[in-house]
Design a protein around this ligand. Structure first.
Ligand code: SF4
Length: 76
């Protein structure tokens, strides 16, 4: 899955939301999040993000952000 990280806070450009083929972006408290159960790992959102806030969860140190994306996206 891909995860949204802190660079998104108060950004909300929504470019990523428009390109996601499975509509798995949700609104968190002050940032957007990706539902890890719905993300199909296509990667098209990553280059669309003007804040470079979207990263694949295979990168190191993203456990906390993955958890936060899961928590916020499952509230809906
Ligand atoms: Fe959506 Fe693809 Fe980005 Fe996952 S990687 S959030 S499916 S655009």
């Amino acid at each position: 899955t891909y995860v949204v990280t802190d660079a998104c806070i108060r950004c909300k450009y929504m470019d990523c939301v428009e390109v996601c083929p499975v509509d798995c972006f949700y609104e968190g408290e002050n940032m957007l999040v990706i539902n890890p159960n719905e993300c199909i790992d296509c990667g098209v959102c990553e280059p669309e993000c003007p804040a470079e806030a979207i990263l694949p969860d295979t990168e190191n140190g993203l456990e906390k952000w993955l958890e936060l994306n899961r928590t916020y996206s499952e509230q809906w």
